[in-house]
Design a binder for this molecule. Structure first.
Ligand code: MUC
Ligand code: MG
Length: 372
């Protein structure tokens, strides 16, 4: 079987969110998807997607830089190459281009989608096989208003859509944030697991004060309380508190994972295809964590359906994750660009069935939401 990569097109797709999504670094009213359409000489098309949060608010790649860097540098490295060997193509991208992990993730997703379609296998099957077909999915409460967040959580519980909630904090003072989180936990009680994501907003002293109060309030997991590069501080916090720490921005890929494990970190790692340059790198980090006894969490960079499906296929190969997943991205968006949305029910999402990602585009919607 052989095919050559013929063309790679990228599109910026702007989709409004269902409500403002308030995070420590920005408030989102819209999400921009960078959609990749890769076509091979045998007529097969692979789909990929890259997203970030709030332009340059979250990290060094913006939707516009992802598109430009794929168009100018990364696509030319792939065009004309044999399409079937994703490992070799991934190595080629990494050899010739540094960083740009979200752009690489979008391309790797498209390569896997195309190869799965070619072989008649789902991406999870291509990656060795799924160990779960319905994955737990939490919901993020980030309206910025305590009562609205409680009402939203009650609705999600009633719909049996989510029973785990992550609260985005760090935009306000520590005491205000703690009061907000404690009020939500008190309202939901034992009916829901409540976790927080500080998105690097605290220094270590504030973190000690904040985490102590959050632990007392019954919060179950503390995500990235301090800046990404402060590995030693994160290890100190993990050793100091009973409530576990979840490393997110601190652990991009297996290299970071090894550093944290070597420094004595205990707790959990958030895997994201966008951080690790695609599903293969995220699985490498996942396997390392499993070997070291670190809990797993399937993370999102608020991808739409294509990136979310790619992540679900990757997480499914890892077996049960101690902290479930947050693959709710498509539910935060007012509309979708795929023909059949993912199926969210009973506190989780079904793994789409193949071939490839198991996702097809709605061409009218894609045209409607694409940036002109
Ligand atoms: C992050 O930092 O975890 C995940 C959920 C959400 O609302 O933002 C993301 C990114
Ligand atoms: Mg996070």
């Amino acid at each position: 079987m052989s095919a050559v990569i013929q063309s790679i097109d990228t599109l910026l797709v702007d989709l409004p969110t269902i409500r403002p999504h308030q995070l420590s670094m920005t408030t989102m009213a819209c999400q921009t998807l960078v959609i990749v359409r890769l076509r091979d000489s045998d007529g097969i098309e692979g789909l990929g997607e890259g997203t970030t949060i709030g332009g340059l608010a979250y990290g060094p790649e913006s939707p516009e830089s992802i598109k430009r860097n794929i168009d100018t540098y990364l696509a030319p490295l792939l065009i004309g190459q044999e399409a079937c060997n994703v490992n070799a193509l991934r190595a080629r991208l990494n050899r010739h281009a540094r960083g740009n992990m979200i752009a690489k993730s979008a391309l790797e997703t498209a390569l896997l989608d195309a190869q799965g379609k070619r072989l008649g296998l789902s991406v999870a099957e291509l990656l060795g096989g799924a160990r779960q077909t319905h994955l737990p999915v939490l919901w993020t409460l980030a309206s910025g208003d305590t009562q609205k967040d409680i009402d939203e959580a009650e609705l999600r519980l009633e719909q049996r859509r989510h029973c785990d909630f992550k609260l985005k904090i760090g935009a306000r003072g520590v005491d205000q944030d703690v009061a907000h989180v404690a009020a939500i936990k008190a309202a939901l009680g034992d009916r829901a697991s409540v976790r927080v994501d500080v998105n690097q907003a605290w220094d270590e002293t504030s973190a000690v004060r904040g985490i102590h109060a959050l632990q007392e309030a019954g919060i179950e997991l503390i995500e990235q309380p301090i800046p990404a590069r402060e590995h030693a501080g994160l290890v100190r916090l993990a050793n100091r508190f009973r409530v576990p720490m979840l490393a997110d921005e601190a652990v991009q890929d297996a290299r970071d994972g090894l550093d944290l494990i070597g420094a004595g970190f205990s707790g959990a790692f958030a895997l994201k295809i966008a951080k690790a340059g695609g599903p293969l790198g995220a699985i490498e980090l996942g396997r390392l964590a499993q070997t070291a006894g670190i809990g797993l969490y399937g993370g999102t960079l608020l991808e739409g359906t294509i990136g979310t499906a790619a992540s679900l296929h990757a997480w499914a190969t890892l077996g049960e994750m101690a902290w479930g997943t947050e693959m709710f991205g498509p539910l935060l968006l007012k509309d979708d660009i795929v023909a059949e949305p993912l199926n969210f029910h009973d506190f989780g999402a079904d793994l789409p069935t193949g071939p490839g990602l198991g996702v097809t585009l709605d061409e009218d919607k894609l045209a409607h939401y694409s940036r002109k």
